[in-house]
Each structure stands twice: as structure tokens, then as C-alpha cells.
Write a protein that binds this ligand. Structure first.
Ligand SMILES: Nc1ncnc2c1ncn2[C@@H]1O[C@H](COP(=O)(O)OP(=O)(O)OP(=O)(O)O)[C@@H](O)[C@H]1O
Length: 548
């Protein structure tokens, strides 16, 4: 490649071809959607900001924490940082304060850009103390060196900006959602972003000119690179399960939304609301398995020829595999009998393999690591979006990466997903749960995603979670149960008996006889869909102790 390898590289030509096309429309105050940026403005203003940031020392390679809500400023800033070749650092807002401080410290940020509240929190809580330059999106340079408006003003008229970034340059540090521990900063190189845009474009059939409603803000960043219009939803991005479906539907209707992205919890909200989505051509949901009844309902709400995709992937590698809702529904029975959840076929050119389960680091690839076809093991991926390290977390990097031998494939870094799964005879990948959440009893290993869907078929059950108490190898399996709304407490003994009856029908679930009821499962902050089984296990220990 001769020109710069940069996710922002396509923006100038898209802006030249369609200057008036809306790039981002934001709800503004009261959901009036009176704030918009067109492609020409996004391009020209991000140029000015990039030039202004350079004057303040934020240049190629500068690690810059960004704590800005999904407003026009967020997009302008992110594209300015990409153009500058600076390295935005994004952490999910709403994570535990101590974890947030740790993440920001680990990132060794050299600059910090935030809304006034973030500037205050930084000062009070000692976040990112390594940052030398601070910029605020507020109206006054309070607790900061400058406002974003000043930065843009300083850079006005500087002309097009695009750093000569190379494929291996670090493009961003994106933190995982931390559903199994403190979030880890994933090192994204320019080539990862560029490949991701191409894989999503091809796999999801993205055509420029479409209108997208991305309910997870960082995903909205792909839209300008794909020539789409982003409609920022009127909701708290950290609480998709609490989104107001009427507001989402109003935006979908008003702007003729053609694509929709959301976590399984958000799809659950739309499915429960039950209104048709006549303009949507493609809906996508990722982050955790989408319950089959939600898939069925969404397909019923979408137009007959629309598609509902559930991509499988992780912050470290995305997309890995994909399946469309109709095919997924044909496999529902298998899931409910304990096969796991099908996540589809690998997205080309990913190479997905299954290795034997181990909690140890594996330095070098060897063919012997692979398990026979059909056997459950850890899912690993080699491909253009498989990232190669965590920032400042060498131990975690060693546990999650394998280096292939130099030679044919050129010594690729393979990412270990930390997920369990297998391939079926038709080449489809099945997800069986997180490796760290597997339960190992004296009789063998239980995978959460092969157990819970069996019990989730009970009509009074909202969801279940398998946890293991005690030391691996001698764990006691416990089924935590969250019931549907309105089920009286007095029903619990009956339901517990019926659940044991369901478990007795299958060899792998027949050993589960401890059932505990939990009022509302803890879930992750990003998707509100991944069950916090670590927290549930700790709760179950206390619960069972108090009953003894
Ligand atoms: N379509 C899907 N079906 C089932 N599970 C999915 C799907 N997509 C993603 N996942 C789950 O989400 C995980 C990736 O989550 P993410 O990158 O948000 O952070 P995390 O791995 O939960 O965070 P941490 O590693 O800090 O605990 C995958 O490894 C998988 O377990």
C-alpha cells in the first residue's frame, strides 16, 4: 500500500461525492433531532480540529482518552484524531469507578479530551494523571487547556489533514466490556480497522447511502467510513435494556432507518414492544446469544425480505462468524436440547479453529493443539481483524495469543476467544459459553450455553445461569433462575421441581439439582445481556449457606 492506511482516508472522497449527505444526526435536547452534520462539515471540521490538536501537541501516536457522549463533537473529534494519526483511548462509560481509574492509568494517556463532567471527575478522582494536554467540549476551558471550539478555531483554514499512517501503526485502544474482570485495552492497528470496515461491508451487504441506527456508540464510527447516515438513538447508551422503544421507533420512522444495530437486550425491548419496523432492511445483534423467541419476534416485525444477523466476535476480533435469523431458528431445537448456540459460518477470510481447553499460555502454534471435529474446545481465530495484544497487559496478552510458525502463513498471531465451541458437520460454528465460566464437576465439564437454553424452555423462566461452586474439578453445579415478571414466590418450589424434571431428560443436565432463584441477574454494562456469572456464583454461595 502506498497511501496512508487509515479509517478516515475515505472521508474526503465521500464528502466530495456527497457533500450534503447527512453523516450524523443527533437527538439533541428533548429528542428533537435538531443537530446534524453533513459529510462536507464532518470532513472540513475534522480537518480543522486535527490541525488545531497538532498545535497543542496531539499528533501521530499521541494516546488520547476520549470521554465524550455520542454528539457531533464526538464524531468530529474521533475523525480528527484518526486523521492526525493520534490514538484515541475509549473505555465504556458506566463501568466500576475503580476499574475505570485502572484502565485509564494503564493506557498511559498523553492527552485527555472530555465533557465538563469528565474533566471534573478526572481532577477529583485522579484519572489519567499522565495526560499533559487536556481539552474540553464544554463552553469554557474549565480544568482544561482549551475548549474544542478553540482548537477548531486555531486549525481553521489549515486544509486537508491525513497523517501518513502505516498498517501496523496503533490506531486506537478500545477496552473490552469487562464482563469477566477488569476491562483490557485492545490494541487496534490501522490495518485492523480498515479490514473490519471491509469485512462488515461485504458480510452485511452495506451500501453507501443507507440510514443506520447504531445503538452502541463506537459502532457508529464505522458509518461515515461506509458512506452511511448515522441516527444516534435517543437513549442512554450504557443502558440498552432500558431504552424507550417508542423513541427508537419514532426515529426509525422519521428518518427511514434501513439498518439497525443493537445488543440482544435492545432487540428484546423492540421485540416486546411489538411494533413493525417497515423500513429496516437489516438488523444486527451481537454481544451475547440472542434468545430464540427474540429472533422469531424480530423476524416477524421486519419486512419479509429483510435480514436479521447475529454476528459473533469480540472487541479483540470482529466479526468472526455470522448467521441469519431464519437459519438460526431452524436450529432452535438443537439449542434447546443442549447443543449450544449456533453463531454461523466464519466470515472470510477468517481462519477459525478449535483447540483443546487450557487456561495456560500457549506460545507457539502446533497442529496437535486442535481437537477432533465436533469436539468442544476453545475457539481461536486468525484473520485480518485478529488483534495481537492488550496495551500494558503482557500477562493477558500471553494468555490470549498464539504465534504461528513463520512459514506459509508468515507467523500470524492467532487470537484465543476465551470462548468454548465446536464446528458441526455443515461447517457451522457453535458457541458453548465462556471458557472462564465453565463448570468442572468430578464427572466432567459443563458449558453454560449448553445447559442454560435447556432450562430456559420452562414457560415461567426469563433466563437461567449455570455457576460452579468450589474448586474446578470438584465443582457443585448450581442453576440460578430469574423468573418472568409477576410469578408469585409461592410458585418457586413447583418451578424448581419442574426444572429438575427438564434437566433429567438430558445426560449432561441430569446432574444439576440445586436451583436458586435470583430476582434480577447482574449483566454487563455494554450490552446488558452478558450474565455476570462470577457475581452470581458469589451470591449463590451465600444464599446456600444461609439455607443450611
Ligand atoms: N453472537 C454472539 N453470540 C454469543 N456470544 C457472543 C456473540 N457475540 C459476542 N459474544 C460474546 O461476547 C464476547 C466478547 O465480548 P466483549 O468484547 O464485549 O468483551 P468481553 O470479552 O465480555 O470482556 P472481558 O474480556 O473484559 O470480560 C465473546 O467472546 C462472546 O463470549
Amino acid at each position: 500500500m502506498t497511501g496512508p492506511c487509515n479509517i478516515a482516508a475515505a472521508l474526503p472522497s465521500l464528502a466530495a461525492a456527497h457533500p450534503d449527505r447527512v453523516a450524523i444526526r443527533c437527538p439533541g435536547h428533548g429528542g428533537r433531532y435538531d443537530v446534524a452534520l453533513d459529510y462536507a462539515q464532518l470532513d472540513a471540521r475534522s480537518d480543522a480540529i486535527a490541525a488545531g490538536l497538532a498545535r497543542r501537541g496531539i499528533v501521530r501516536g499521541t494516546r488520547t482518552v476520549v470521554m465524550v457522549r455520542p454528539t457531533p463533537e464526538f464524531f468530529l473529534l474521533m475523525f480528527a484524531l484518526f486523521k492526525a494519526g493520534a490514538v484515541p483511548v475509549l473505555v465504556d462509560p458506566g463501568i466500576d469507578r475503580r476499574a475505570l481509574k485502572q484502565c485509564l492509568g494503564e493506557a498511559q494517556a498523553e492527552a485527555f479530551i472530555g465533557i465538563p463532567l469528565a474533566m471534573l471527575a478526572r481532577r477529583l478522582l485522579g484519572w489519567a494523571t499522565s495526560a499533559r494536554t487536556c481539552v474540553t467540549t464544554g463552553a469554557r476551558a474549565w480544568l482544561a487547556d482549551a475548549t474544542l471550539a478553540q482548537v477548531e478555531h486555531d486549525g481553521a483554514g489549515a486544509g486537508p489533514q491525513l497523517a501518513d499512517t502505516r498498517p501496523d501503526d496503533i490506531a486506537a485502544i478500545l477496552f473490552t466490556s469487562g464482563s469477566t474482570g477488569v476491562p483490557k485495552g485492545v490494541v487496534y492497528r490501522q490495518r485492523h480497522f480498515v479490514a473490519q470496515v471491509e469485512m462488515l461491508r461485504t458480510a452485511l451487504g452495506v451500501e453507501a447511502g443507507g440510514v443506520d441506527l447504531p445503538t452502541f456508540p463506537p459502532f457508529a464510527l464505522f458509518d461515515p467510513a461506509l458512506g452511511l447516515t448515522s441516527i444516534i438513538p435517543d437513549m442512554d447508551p450504557t443502558r440498552p435494556a432500558a431504552a424507550d422503544p417508542r423513541k427508537l421507533l419514532a426515529a426509525i420512522e422519521r428518518f427511514g432507518v434501513t439498518r439497525l444495530f443493537g445488543s440482544p437486550a435492545l432487540m428484546g425491548v423492540l421485540a416486546a414492544h411489538g411494533a413493525a419496523l417497515p423500513t429496516v432492511r437489516r438488523a444486527t445483534s451481537a454481544g451475547a446469544p440472542v434468545p430464540p423467541e427474540v429472533v422469531a419476534k424480530m423476524l416477524a416485525l421486519l419486512p419479509g425480505d429483510a435480514q436479521f444477523w447475529t454476528p459473533y466476535g469480540a472487541t479483540e476480533c470482529l466479526p468472526v462468524a455470522m448467521i441469519e435469523g431464519r437459519e438460526l431458528l431452524t436450529l432452535r431445537e438443537r439449542t434447546e436440547r443442549g447443543a449450544g448456540t449456533c453463531v454461523g459460518r466464519p466470515v472470510p477470510p477468517n481462519v477459525v479453529r478449535i483447540i483443546r481447553v487450557s487456561d495456560e499460555a500457549i506460545e507457539r502454534w502446533s497442529d496437535e493443539l486442535q481437537v477432533p471435529d465436533g469436539e468442544v474446545g476453545e475457539i481461536i481465530v486468525a484473520g485480518p481483524t485478529a488483534t495481537d495484544s492488550y496495551f500494558n497487559r503482557d500477562a493477558q496478552t500471553r494468555l490470549a495469543k498464539i504465534r504461528e510458525q513463520p512459514g506459509e502463513a508468515g507467523g500470524r498471531i492467532v487470537h484465543r476467544m476465551g470462548d468454548l465451541g465446536y464446528f458441526d458437520a455443515d461447517g457451522r460454528l457453535w458457541f458453548c459459553g465462556r471458557k472462564s465460566q465453565r463448570v468442572v464437576t468430578a464427572a466432567g465439564t459443563l458449558c453454560t450455553e449448553q445447559v442454560e437454553p435447556v432450562f430456559n424452555t420452562h414457560p415461567d423462566v426469563r433466563r437461567t445461569a449455570l455457576v460452579g461452586l468450589g474448586a474446578r474439578g470438584a465443582q457443585r453445579p448450581v442453576l440460578c433462575v430469574e423468573l418472568n415478571h409477576g410469578i408469585a414466590r409461592a410458585q418457586r418450589p413447583r418451578i424448581a421441581d419442574e426444572l429438575r424434571g427438564i434437566g433429567a431428560r438430558f445426560a449432561h443436565t441430569s446432574c444439576i439439582d440445586t436451583v436458586v432463584f435470583h430476582p434480577r441477574f447482574p449483566v454487563d454494562i455494554r450490552h446488558n445481556a452478558k450474565i455476570g456469572r462470577e457475581k452470581l456464583a458469589a451470591w449463590a454461595v451465600k444464599q446456600l449457606r444461609s439455607k443450611q
